[in-house]
Design a protein around this ligand. Structure first.
Ligand SMILES: Cc1cc2nc3c(=O)[nH]c(=O)nc-3n(C[C@H](O)[C@H](O)[C@H](O)COP(=O)(O)OP(=O)(O)OC[C@H]3O[C@@H](n4cnc5c(N)ncnc54)[C@H](O)[C@@H]3O)c2cc1C
Length: 457
């Protein structure tokens, strides 16, 4: 019998001692989260009690670097923790993603990016403030990026703007689907530096306090699934934030989105966890092992066995790609790893929904009852492929385009959309230079000093 604690990775997967301890910790909280999940879902209310438990367990600092007092989890460790949470409460795992990534992106991920010594020093000063709020005060950070425009899809500058004012910035705009609305202490907002012409290169990442004058939360929240995320609308009217609100120095978010594509895969572990939960529930249901249900067994029917087999096959395919994606995650991944990340995100989101649907069909009518978790898993799973910037549609779109077109070099006629813009003159070697070899002779500037910059498209 395999150990269900490790169902996110499978029993034979190599885990280090830190990962083992974290899984055990989350598994010790999980059953309580599963008990509360029905209420949060019914009320569409935020899982405050779960966050109190996460705080007490030191998990708000999961992705805070160790030198700032956190647990120093990298993307892979975060993803394993997040998927384990997802087995118990989808809304908690999804919102935890927003918080944990608010720590990861300015942390381990930013350490991989190019900054001038002055930027690096400024970043260290700023992030120390954010990390201290989390480690010392137990603060929660959200990530409201979406605006209902092409910006969250990575195809246009954000319409929410930050104008330079004395001692800081003045933010104006609107964010929709802001998970943790009303619950977060800080909203990590992506906005564009206000200039006559807005540019994606001028994206700023600012932490706005939940009680900042000029910030309001509007609209209702009564969706199909992921109801506990409480993702309402935020309005910003001349909201002042000081300089240290910056979670990344100017220009660095754009670089991160270009060079660390796996940063956008971090919602998928939630859905990996949901898929596992649906499979495990189905097996226990068919064996007659669900607590509070009469011990009617259904496993003797060949149709049930086939359905479980199909669920397992889908789950294994999904899990394998999930784990491979985590192994690939790094700065400047090669092209095939980038395409695999899109494929993994697509597969996890779509298969989670498919597996939950199959689970409902296989368990039958009683699984539609709100007294059992399956119908909630089914509704929650439906949201995965809608999450920008890597919706299921956009993943296919990116794979298709990036497979068929190569980089365009400024000033040189290339067919199709630019996927990689090449700047000549940067003094660093870039591993993607190999991909650009055919164009070298034609590039402007010194071809030996090419630097590729994958666009955020
Ligand atoms: C439960 C839940 C929680 C959420 N939490 C957050 C959060 O915390 N922070 C946050 O920022 N967002 C959050 N979102 C928002 C989410 O990431 C999407 O931004 C949102 O679902 C988009 O709404 P839409 O599908 O109506 O958008 P639309 O812009 O109408 O997009 C519809 C679809 O069209 C496609 N599309 C969109 N733009 C383009 C384009 N330029 N080119 C080609 N195709 C395109 C995409 O496939 C997209 O799914 C959340 C959403 C849900 C459902």
């Amino acid at each position: 019998m395999s150990d269900p604690r490790y169902s996110v990775v499978g029993s034979t997967y190599p885990l280090d001692s830190k990962q083992l301890a974290l899984i055990e910790l989350v598994e010790s909280l999980g059953p309580r989260f599963a008990e509360r999940a029905e209420r949060y879902d019914r009320e569409a209310s935020f899982p405050h009690e779960n966050y109190a438990d996460l705080r007490a367990a030191g998990l708000l600092g999961l992705c805070v670097p160790e030198k700032f007092g956190g647990r120093g989890a990298d993307l892979r460790t975060y993803s394993i923790v997040s998927a384990t949470l997802g087995k118990y409460c989808g809304a908690t795992a999804l919102t935890y993603n927003m918080h944990a990534c608010s720590m990861l992106w300015p942390g381990a991920l930013s350490d991989d990016l190019d900054m001038t010594p002055a930027q690096r020093a400024e970043h260290d000063r700023h992030r120390a403030i954010h990390y201290q709020r989390v480690i010392r005060d137990g603060a929660i950070y959200a990530q409201p990026f979406s605006e209902g425009s092409a910006a969250a899809a990575g195809r246009a500058p954000f319409g929410t703007t930050a104008a330079r004012v004395r001692g800081g910035w003045s933010i104006n705009g609107k964010k929709i689907f802001a998970s943790l609305s009303g619950a977060a202490h800080y909203y990590g907002v992506l906005c564009t530096e206000a200039k006559p012409e807005l540019s994606m290169r001028d994206t700023l990442y600012m932490a706005v306090p939940g009680n900042a004058p000029g910030l309001s939360i509007v609209g209702d929240w009564d969706p199909l699934g992921m109801r506990g995320t409480v993702s309402r609308t935020l309005l910003f009217k001349d909201v002042f934030v000081p300089d240290e609100a910056q979670m990344m120095p100017r220009g660095i978010y754009f670089q991160a989105a270009s060079r660390w594509p796996h940063m956008f895969t971090t919602l998928s572990p939630t859905y990996m966890g949901i898929a596992i939960a649906a499979y495990e529930f189905t097996v226990r249901y068919l064996r007659g092992e669900i607590e509070g249900m009469p011990p009617v067994k259904r496993r003797m029917y060949p149709t049930k066995q086939i359905a479980v087999a199909e669920m397992w096959v889908k789950l294994e395919q999904t899990r394998s790609l999930f784990l491979r994606m985590l192994e690939d995650a790094r700065v400047d991944p090669p092209k095939d790893a980038r395409l695999r990340a899109y494929a993994a995100q697509f597969t996890i989101m779509e298969n989670a929904s498919y597996i939950c649907g199959l689970a409902i069909r296989t368990c039958g009518g009683q699984s539609m009852l709100k007294s059992l978790p399956l119908e909630r898993l089914y509704r929650d799973s439906r949201c995965g492929s809608l999450m920008l910037p890597w919706t299921a549609e956009l993943c296919l779109d990116r794979i298709g385009r990036e497979a068929l077109y190569e980089p365009r070099i400024p000033g040189i006629q290339q067919p199709g959309n630019a996927r990689i813009a090449v700047r000549a003159g940067a003094a660093r070697r870039d591993p993607r230079a190999a991909e650009l070899a055919p164009y070298r002779g034609r590039a402007q500037g010194d071809p030996r000093r090419l630097r590729a910059e994958v666009s955020v498209l």
